[in-house]
Design a protein. Structure first.
Length: 120
C-alpha cells in the first residue's frame, strides 16, 4: 500500500460515524449489511450514512454490491490488512514481532470467533 492510499484510508476513518460503520462491517463479516441497517444500528440518518459509506468506499475500505433494491456494504479485509501492515511494518525496530497481523473474517459469523476477538 502506498502512502497516498494510506492517507486516504486514514482520512476516511478519521470521523466518528465512518469509524463506527467500518468497525461494524469488520465484525459482521463478508456478507456485510445494507446501508439502512448500518444507519439504524449506529443511529445515523440514511442520507448521512450514505455519505459516510461513500467516503469509505472511495477510500477502498469497503465494497458495495446491489441486491435487488438494497446496497450491501462489506469491509474490504485485504485493504484493511494492507493498511495494518503498512502501519506496523517498521514496528519493533524493523524486526517482525507478530507472525500474522492480518485478519480473516469469520466464515460462520458465529459470535466470539477468533477473528472477532482480534478486531476488538
Amino acid at each position: 500500500m502506498d502512502a497516498a492510499a494510506v492517507i486516504k484510508a486514514l482520512g476516511a476513518l478519521a470521523q466518528e460515524h465512518r469509524l463506527a460503520a467500518f468497525r461494524l462491517l469488520v465484525q459482521v463479516g463478508e456478507e456485510g449489511l445494507p446501508a439502512g441497517v448500518i444507519g439504524e444500528k449506529l443511529g445515523v440518518v440514511s442520507s448521512s450514512m450514505s455519505f459516510h459509506l461513500a467516503a469509505l468506499a472511495n477510500a477502498g475500505l469497503v465494497t458495495q454490491r446491489r441486491q435487488s433494491r438494497l446496497i450491501f456494504y462489506s469491509a474490504d479485509y485485504t485493504a484493511m490488512n494492507s493498511l495494518m501492515g503498512y502501519l506496523t511494518e517498521n514496528c519493533c525496530g524493523g524486526i517482525a514481532c507478530i507472525d500474522n497481523v492480518s485478519c480473516c473474517p469469520a466464515q460462520t459469523g458465529a459470535a466470539g470467533s477468533d477473528a472477532e476477538k482480534d478486531v476488538a
